[in-house]
Design a protein around this ligand. Structure first.
Ligand code: AMP
Ligand code: FE
Ligand code: FE
Ligand code: ZN
Length: 293
């Protein structure tokens, strides 16, 4: 059984519509797929329909922009009630922050002599509910300023780049509590991506996060080297957190993240679902089921 618990569609910064993503998953031999767009559940309905049609098991999720001690942390939330008011409110705040950042980013680019209009970005972003730097990157590619998304991040949009603008993200601990109260489970996505050893997210912190409802750690991810994975796996075992593995697929938007390039072990998936069932029960919320065709 091949289980991929972290993928993006064009409702955020992936390049494939949810329907195509699900079809692609079936063609790639993925049995269980989670759709986890950044900060939005806008792709859920289309993905559910496609999952039934294609015969792929679908877990409805999202990847929430959070912050811990000034550092960005991505929290994957699975199977929460998307109408839970505190969740709706925080996601609204994050999406507002994304919308407000866009003109500020374009202003920075203008200061660098690069003229991109907001409508250029919105056009290339198409159906995206969560606008991000990848869409600005796509507009830069279209204008011929850079060759691909990665180059845009390396030269302009990256966190130390000249066109970087800060945006709002949700406090991590608060979001772990919100996802639990919405009847879902949360997993820290790629916690040590490119940082190898992230001091703010050490074993003690993972244990404290587990105490307030964190379910797991995404250990197997392309941005974790072998030593990082070994250390995170050890922490997950010591603390009692579920270990997940996923592709973080973004279509053509990210190279080396093909569907199924990392997968979650069936026993870990089953533990995650047990925790989700318990969270749903405890919350009293109307949570989405896993779609089993
Ligand atoms: P944002 O959410 O707007 O702050 O943009 C961050 C997103 O950009 C992340 O979700 C990544 O998927 C994407 N990203 C970051 N670095 C790169 C890169 N070098 N190439 C392509 N996409 C990237
Ligand atoms: Fe992304
Ligand atoms: Fe992420
Ligand atoms: Zn992601």
């Amino acid at each position: 059984m091949r289980i991929d618990l972290h993928t993006h569609s064009d409702r955020s910064d992936g390049t494939t519509p949810p329907r195509e993503l699900v079809r692609h998953a079936r063609e790639r031999g993925i049995d269980v797929l989670a759709l986890t767009d950044h900060d939005t559940t806008a792709g859920w309905a289309e993905a559910v329909e496609a999952a039934v049609h294609e015969g792929v098991t679908l877990v409805r999720g999202l990847e929430i922009s959070c912050v811990l001690e000034g550092h960005g942390v991505h929290l994957a939330g699975y199977l929460p009630d998307p109408t839970y008011p505190p969740l709706v409110e925080e996601l609204g705040r994050i999406l507002d922050g994304r919308n407000r950042r866009l003109p500020a980013t374009l202003e920075r680019l203008r200061g660098l002599g690069i003229d991109i209009e907001e409508e250029d970005v919105r056009r290339v972003a198409g159906d995206a509910a969560a606008l991000g730097r990848p869409h600005v990157a796509d507009a830069l590619v279209e204008k011929g300023v850079v060759g691909h998304r990665g180059e845009a991040f390396d030269t302009l949009l990256g966190s130390r780049g000249p066109a970087y603008v800060h945006r709002y993200a949700a406090p991590l601990e608060e979001m772990v509590r919100i996802v639990a109260a919405a009847g879902g489970v949360s997993v820290i996505a790629h916690p040590w991506a490119k940082r190898h050893d992230f001091a703010a997210l050490d074993e003690e912190r993972f244990a404290a996060l587990k105490d307030i409802g964190l379910a797991g750690i995404e250990v197997d991810h392309q941005d974790h080297d072998r030593a990082t994975r070994e250390r995170l796996r050890e922490i997950a075992r010591d603390v009692g957190l579920v270990v997940t593995g996923s592709s973080d697929y973004h279509g053509d938007g990210k190279i080396d993240h093909d569907l199924g390039c990392n997968v979650t072990e069936p026993e870990e998936y089953s533990r995650l679902l047990d925790l989700a069932a318990a969270a749903s029960e405890a919350s009293g919320r109307d949570t989405p089921e896993v779609v089993v065709p």
